[in-house]
Write a protein that binds this ligand. Structure first.
Ligand code: FES
Ligand code: FES
Length: 165
C-alpha cells in the first residue's frame, strides 16, 4: 500500500507491505541508515526518531501508521558544517565510542532539551533509560547533553576540536 511520510521536511511516497516497520522504511526504502536497529525487543532505543516532534522508537511503529506524519531522523538534525548542539556535545565530551547508539541517544536527548532546557544529571539519566549504550558507561553521554544545554542557553561555544574534560 502507498504511504507518504514527511521525513526531514521532504515528502516521500513509497509502496510498502503493511507489516513494514518505520525503521525499515527509513533505512531500506529511503536509505537513511543513521537510524539503527540494535535489538528485536524494542528496548535499545537505537531506532529513536521524532514523530510529530516526539521521540519514538521507530521499531515500534508501522510505516503505515506514520502516513501523513512528520518524521525527523538524525540526518535531519544538523549538518557536518553546522552541527546541532547535541552533536557538538557528543563530540566535545566524548559521548560515544562505537557510535551505534548515538543517533538514538541524540534524538531522545533532543526531545528532553525541548521540554527541559536545563536538566539535572538525574533527569538526563531518567530520560535516557530507554536507550542502551554498550560502550561508554553513560557518564560522558550525560556530560554531552549538559554541554548541549549550555550551548543552547548561550553559555558555551559550539563546534571546534574535541576538548579535554
Ligand atoms: S531497535 Fe528499536 S528499540 Fe532496539
Ligand atoms: S557508543 Fe557504542 S553503543 Fe554507545
Amino acid at each position: 500500500m502507498n504511504v507518504t511520510v514527511n521525513v526531514n521536511g521532504k515528502p516521500y511516497t513509497r509502496d510498502v507491505e503493511p507489516r513494514t516497520l518505520l525503521v525499515h522504511f527509513l533505512r531500506e526504502d529511503l536509505l537513511l541508515t543513521g537510524t539503527h536497529v540494535g535489538c528485536d525487543t524494542s528496548q535499545c532505543g537505537a531506532c529513536t526518531v521524532h514523530i510529530d516532534g516526539e521521540a519514538v522508537k521507530s521499531c515500534t511503529v508501522l510505516a503505515v501508521q506514520a502516513d501523513g506524519m512528520d518524521v525527523k531522523t538524525i540526518e535531519g538534525l544538523g549538518t557536518p558544517g553546522e552541527l546541532h548542539p547535541l552533536q557538538t556535545g557528543f563530540w566535545e565530551k566524548h559521548g560515544l565510542q562505537c557510535g551505534f547508539c548515538t543517533p538514538g541517544m541524540i534524538m531522545a536527548s533532543a526531545e528532553l532539551l525541548k521540554h527541559n532546557a536545563n536538566p539535572s544529571e538525574e533527569e538526563i539519566r531518567y530520560h535516557l533509560e530507554g536507550n542502551y549504550c554498550r560502550c561508554t558507561g553513560y557518564h560522558n553521554i550525560v556530560k554531552a547533553v549538559q554541554h548541549a544545554a549550555e550551548i543552547m542557553a548561550g553559555g558555551a561555544e559550539q563546534g571546534g576540536q574535541a576538548a579535554d574534560d
